[in-house]
Design a binder for this molecule. Structure first.
Ligand SMILES: C[S@@+](CC[C@H](N)C(=O)[O-])C[C@H]1O[C@@H](n2cnc3c(N)ncnc32)[C@H](O)[C@@H]1O
Length: 326
């Protein structure tokens, strides 16, 4: 909220927030609309009583605020999406932690807009560009192109910038798929399903799977998963869902490559919460198949809930663990 605070006196009556995250400094702000593809942030935004659109709205706003995560392509794309929505004479306000490359992205924005006003505080940088009619539209056009759907090389899988593993199949997930028990059957869930690699591969490999529910926090990844599973469309359902909140269905098997980052920071508890939700949602006799970095201590969670587990594969970076709910 650094950007907002620095311009407190100038706040307009309408604002759009791309990558919206709730903050006390925004309370009471009239005419504020947010767009946020990540479910936990979207839930927090809704809970704080702000208005939100599931799809990035079209229109023009005097201020467009941008709070990107850490992907280069996502950040530049979001600058262009903001540009398209700024009313003549309006402002683009961006804020980022220094560790996410704030200085580098500020320079990128200067390249496109000629100048920005910038402040630094709390290891973050906020920068503001004012549309004076002289912005370099060719640069914004280049950034807009980054939003085009892309394919993973050598495959038909589509992805978008900013989502997990948008340029390649994750090597941990690849290892899991190489060791997928063909005997998996019944109703299956894929937790943190991303753009759908594990689900698509499991449906290809295991004839006994009757249905897969894909749960994913990133709405953009889920949009890609819907496309990537069109050939399995009768057998897959897609849920924009925060897995740490638990699941309402029961499953015969659960697959996952659990996340272990929240924003910039490593967060092993996120993976632990995924495993907790999975165990609670497994039927007795159900199987949990997960891949993780070798050093992540997930076996302790399985043991604390009395699951029998064994490592069925590993390489120099990852391990694949199969656990049974007895
Ligand atoms: C390590 S990636 C695995 C993605 C995919 N399964 C694959 O194999 O490519 C973890 C995924 O979990 C998602 N995620 C992170 N936090 C989540 C949450 N609280 N609820 C649901 N999904 C979440 C991320 O967006 C990411 O797509």
């Amino acid at each position: 909220m650094l950007a907002c605070e620095s311009l407190e006196a100038e706040r307009p009556e309408r604002m759009l927030f791309i990558g919206a995250q709730s903050h006390a400094a925004l309370r009471g702000q009239a005419g504020l609309t947010g767009w946020q593809p990540l479910k936990p942030h979207a839930d927090a935004w809704d809970k704080a009583g702000f208005s939100r659109n599931d799809k990035l709205p079209e229109g023009k706003w005097p201020w467009v605020m941008v709070l990107p995560q850490k992907s280069r392509d996502e950040t530049l794309l979001w600058f262009s999406l903001a540009r398209d929505r700024i009313a003549a004479g309006g402002k683009l306000l961006a804020a980022m932690p220094n560790t996410a490359g704030a200085g580098r992205f500020e320079k990128e924005l200067v390249r496109a807009t000629g100048r920005v006003d910038s402040i630094q505080k709390n290891k973050c940088r906020a920068f503001v560009a004012t549309d004076d009619g002289s912005w370099n539209e060719a640069i914004f056009a280049e950034w807009r192109e980054l939003g085009r759907e892309r394919k993973i090389d050598g495959t038909e899988y589509v992805t978008q910038p900013g989502i997990f593993s948008s340029s390649h199949v994750d090597p941990g997930s690849k290892l899991l798929v190489r060791h997928l028990p063909k005997s998996l059957r019944g109703r299956v869930a894929d937790l943190g399903a991303g753009w759908g690699y594990l689900s698509s591969s499991a449906l290809d490999a295991c004839d006994g799977i009757t249905h897969i529910d894909l749960y994913e926090a990133d709405a953009r990844a889920l949009d890609c998963a819907r496309k990537n599973l069109t050939r399995h469309s009768g057998k897959a359902s897609f849920h924009w869902h925060d897995v740490t909140k638990g699941l309402t269905e029961k499953y015969d098997a659960i697959l996952m490559n659990p996340p272990f980052h929240s924003g910039q920071a490593t967060d092993v508890d996120l993976g632990r919460a995924f495993i907790g939700s999975a165990i609670a949602a497994l039927r007795r006799g159900g199987k949990l198949l997960l891949v993780a970095n070798r050093q992540l201590p997930y076996e302790a969670v399985l043991e604390s809930q009395s699951l029998a587990w064994r490592k069925i594969a590993e390489d120099s970076t990852y391990k694949v663990v199969l656990a049974d709910k007895r």
